[in-house]
Design a protein around this ligand. Structure first.
Ligand code: NAD
Length: 492
């Protein structure tokens, strides 16, 4: 039987003001997973006012409460670990992600994020500024206030945790809007917060569509900062809307990851890493390594080994343990993938595998797509430049470091990329020259909660994770204390 969820506002589970609801369906077979409340601007307003009230009370946000906030975060982490099986299943059902990924990575990493920021909560401090002896000057790191958070469908709970954990650690209050496709695990996070007794109004979750609930949240005058993860196009719209009230913004946006394989790499390792980087989460990953550059001396060997491995990937139901790639999120996303594949062929690309939906009748009702590999595509073709957000990659040859750098940097995006070489000096030279927020050397897709993550160029602004991700939820106040009695004022 389908689940039913209300929204979590001011410590209460409530219907939407309009009483409207929306459906969450499993993208793998269209079965109804849940019915959830559908928010519009009225609900956003109630939620933001609750967050404002909770912030202004000072109990939550005051610096002295950091150990108490840390305690809550630790409790959330513990429950996430304890309930990983249930949460992973819910995540896979609504997002189409393979259960192997949600149960082994997503939920545990979300829990790690809460533990990490619990440890940092009491260490948020300012600095003393050395001035003349008769002056004491220091800075305070204060929470920003009410944070409006909007997250996408591809890692629903995980990406929400990347925001919620540091924002709470720093003493902010939150109104969080998950994707309309995948609100369930974020609502479960609200359930956990309710169970552990987080004060009313500190975390509010509203469920609804971007145009209604999302835009109302971004434009609300009582929201002090917007933290958004999603497409570059939506990020541009959000920045435009935030400009009207000069809200602070963190934007985690799209990508088109270059993955550079040098001839001196460990080939087996590189093949596995490139495959994971390309097809994990059926390619619906912002950091997906979808532009693979292979140095000419190992071109034949790499391509042949890679294809043999890719052809063994199993596309299947997200709840099957042997599934490597699940279902795309929606018909719209499937249409987008099919459009780009046809563009790739039209622009001269040669398909090595995939390029179609699987023929297995058991998958006919879902938005499945085969892993797809193109070669012989001009570097400026659409499929080399645009984020497809599906299991479609290009492999192109290069000769030497300079050409690899030029090809990799030929992109409006700058989120993350990889370099495969056993020459560490070469790897480090490449890391410096790549215009990317994250560079992996001999690895790919490895996100650690301790390390900052975010985009160069049109992949975003601000950072999540690490100490940087915490500081992005604080603002700096300078305090100047005059210790001298005899001061010469300008207007004495
Ligand atoms: P999207 O931009 O369509 O939607 C993301 C969220 O924004 C959803 O909650 C949606 O309801 C909301 N939204 C949509 N229009 C809005 C508007 N006008 N105002 C306010 N909110 C609005 O993105 P998506 O399809 O859900 O996710 C895929 C995109 O997210 C890809 O581009 C991917 O690269 C990006 N992404 C980036 C990161 C990162 O950390 N850089 C991580 C994951 C995904």
């Amino acid at each position: 039987m389908a689940l039913v969820y209300d929204m979590f506002i001011d410590g209460q589970w409530v219907h939407s003001v309009s009483e409207e609801t929306m459906e969450v369906r499993c993208p793998a077979d269209q079965s109804l997973v849940a019915t959830v409340a559908k928010a519009n601007s009225d609900d956003v307003d109630v939620a933001v006012q609750a967050a404002r009230k909770a912030f202004d009370k000072d109990e939550w946000s005051s610096y002295l409460n950091a150990p108490i906030r840390a305690d809550y975060l630790r409790k959330i982490a513990t429950i996430l670990h304890e309930e990983v099986d249930r949460l992973a299943e819910l995540e896979s059902l609504s997002s189409g992600k393979p259960i192997m990924e949600t149960s082994m990575i997503d939920i545990h990493l979300a829990a790690d994020c809460f533990s990490y920021y619990a440890d940092l909560a009491s260490h948020i401090g300012g600095r003393q500024v050395p001035l003349a002896q008769q002056v004491l000057d220091f800075t305070l790191r204060e929470p920003i206030g009410v944070i409006g958070m909007i997250v996408p469908f591809n890692f629903p709970l995980l990406l929400a945790s990347f925001k919620v954990a540091p924002a709470l650690a720093a003493g902010n209050t939150i109104v969080l809007k998950p994707s309309e496709y995948t609100p369930l695990t974020v609502l479960e996070l609200a359930h956990i917060c309710n169970r552990i007794g987080i004060p009313d109004g500190v975390l509010n979750v509203i469920t609804g569509f971007g145009k209604d609930a999302g835009e109302a949240l971004v434009q609300h005058t009582e929201v002090d900062k917007v933290s958004f993860t999603g497409s570059t196009a939506t990020g541009q719209r959000i920045m435009e809307l935030c400009a009207k009230t000069l809200k602070k913004v963190t934007l985690e946006l799209g990508g088109k990851g270059p993955n550079i394989v040098f001839a001196d790499c460990n080939l087996d390792q590189a093949v596995s890493g490139v495959m994971t980087g390309a097809f994990m989460n059926q390619g619906e990953v912002c950091i997906a390594g979808t532009r693979v550059y292979v140095e000419r001396p190992i071109w034949d060997q790499f391509v042949s080994q890679f294809l043999t491995r890719v052809k063994k990937l199993k596309v299947g139901h997200p709840l099957s343990w042997d599934t490597n790639m699940g279902s795309l999120i929606s018909q719209q996303q499937l249409d987008k993938v099919e459009y780009f594949v046809s563009r790739g062929i039209a622009q001269g690309g040669h398909l090595l595998c995939g390029g179609k939906r699987p023929t297995d009748p058991e998958l006919a009702a879902g938005f499945f797509y085969e892993p797809t590999v193109f070669i012989d595509v001009p570097a400026d073709a659409d499929i080399c430049q645009e984020e497809i957000f599906g299991p479609v990659i290009v492999i192109l040859p290069f000769s030497g470091e300079a050409e690899a750098v030029a090809l990799a940097n030929q992109s409006k995006y700058g989120l993350a990329g990889g370099v495969w070489t056993q020459d560490i000096k070469k790897g480090l030279r490449m890391a410096r020259r790549l215009q990317l927020g994250t560079v992996w050397i001999n690895n790919y897709s490895m996100l650690r909660v301790e390390a900052p993550f975010g985009g160069y160029k049109q992949s975003g602004m601000g950072r999540e994770l690490g100490i940087e991700g915490l500081l992005d939820y604080t603002q700096v106040k300078n305090v100047y204390v005059e210790l001298e009695d005899e001061i010469l004022y300008l207007y004495d």
